[in-house]
Ligand binder design. Structure first.
Ligand SMILES: NC(=O)c1ccc[n+]([C@@H]2O[C@H](COP(=O)([O-])OP(=O)(O)OC[C@H]3O[C@@H](n4cnc5c(N)ncnc54)[C@H](OP(=O)(O)O)[C@@H]3O)[C@@H](O)[C@H]2O)c1
Length: 308
């Protein structure tokens, strides 16, 4: 079998190379998954830049989330069976694996799904971060004004829908008319295109009493501006700092995979049901509209990660 391993800590393309290792039976407490789809996250770039686990020994595996079929189970595994469709995700940044043809996973990180619909992949890092983060740290309430940065991104567009479902007034930040259109379709009450509108001016004029919950993923000047518009008793959630991914350690007060692991099972089951019942829209980029075509095969991982 083959998989991607990190060999240096510069940019993703330069940092990785495909390596082949023997495909062996899973350990007694492991599940072996044949990978069909892998999810791409903003965190991949931070990982290869060494920001999340600076003490990791090189080379290490990459890729946070996988959708596939169980190929074999260890003799102590009673919770899963061969042939099941599953999603799997790394419990922490030292256990990444998904950019590989096969993966060995602990059973607690393997969740059954009803089909191989790639939309289920969006429920792991993105879906769980958005929903658990808004509920547990944002403590969103009906009527709250909730501002979501990178709102058309993987995490953001699920956050928008979750906040709307809770009865919030949702403000979404984005950078293009195409993304603004998607956000409007998802129910965003006020889309701010920060390329054509001045964020500080819009918030001062339209939200003079401030914003109750701010989902901050950008950092730098955006963080400074938003901080000044937090309402009294508001909650500012620092979920990432994508503008500084390659230059500075990620400031992050939300590590849901560690802090909120106990909630993940409950939330992911609900989200799977929501996708099946068309209550949650998960928008994916499978590459079909890109000049080089659909992302197919392990070689295409680099292209997927490099998309802005
Ligand atoms: N704490 C956690 O557990 C956790 C989990 C998941 C994600 N995160 C963080 O949440 C953020 C979003 O992650 P994601 O996977 O949803 O990202 P994504 O789908 O790749 O979306 C990223 C979006 O960020 C916006 N952006 C604004 N300024 C940017 C810049 N300087 N460079 C690149 N993108 C910029 C862009 O949208 P516009 O063009 O619309 O501005 C871009 O499409 C990241 O900071 C990530 O690290 C944290």
């Amino acid at each position: 079998m083959s998989g991607w391993g990190i060999y240096t800590t510069s940019n993703f393309r330069e940092a990785v190379k495909v390596v082949s290792v023997p495909l062996v039976a899973p350990g007694d407490d492991q599940v072996l998954i044949r990978n069909i789809y892998a999810g791409v996250n903003a965190a991949d770039v931070g990982t290869t830049a060494g920001l999340f686990n600076p003490n990791a020994e090189l080379p290490f595996d990459v890729g946070l989330e996988a959708l596939g079929v169980i190929e074999a189970v260890g003799k102590n595994v009673t919770t899963h069976t061969v042939g099941q469709y599953v999603i799997a995700f790394g419990a922490n940044h030292t256990k990444e694996f998904a950019y590989a043809e096969y993966l060995y996973v602990q059973p607690e990180d393997v969740i059954p799904v009803p089909s191989l619909n790639p939309k289920f992949l969006g429920l792991l890092v993105s879906g769980l971060t958005a929903t658990i983060g808004l509920d547990e740290l944002g403590r969103i309430q009906k009527g709250d004004k909730v501002l979501i940065t990178a709102s058309a991104g993987g995490t953001g567009h699920i956050g928008v829908q979750w906040a709307k479902r809770k009865g919030a007034y949702v403000i979404g930040l984005t950078s293009s008319p195409e993304k603004a259109k998607l956000l409007t379709e998802l129910g965003t009450d006020r889309v701010i295109d920060y390329k054509t509108e001045n964020l500080d001016e819009v918030l001062t004029k339209e939200f003079p009493h401030g914003v109750d919950v701010i989902w901050e993923t950008i950092g730098g000047q955006v963080y400074e501006t938003l901080f000044n518009h937090l309402a009294p008793k508001g909650r500012l959630l620092i979920v990432g700092s994508i503008s500084g991914h390659l230059t500075s350690p990620t400031i992050d007060n939300l590590n849901m995979k560690v802090d909120h692991k106990a909630l993940c099972g409950k939330y992911v089951r609900q989200l799977i049901g929501d996708v099946v019942n068309n209550k949650l829209r998960v928008v994916l980029d499978l590459g079909q509209n890109r000049s080089e075509g659909e992302f197919v095969g392990i070689e295409s991982v680099v292209r997927g990660v490099e998309i802005p």
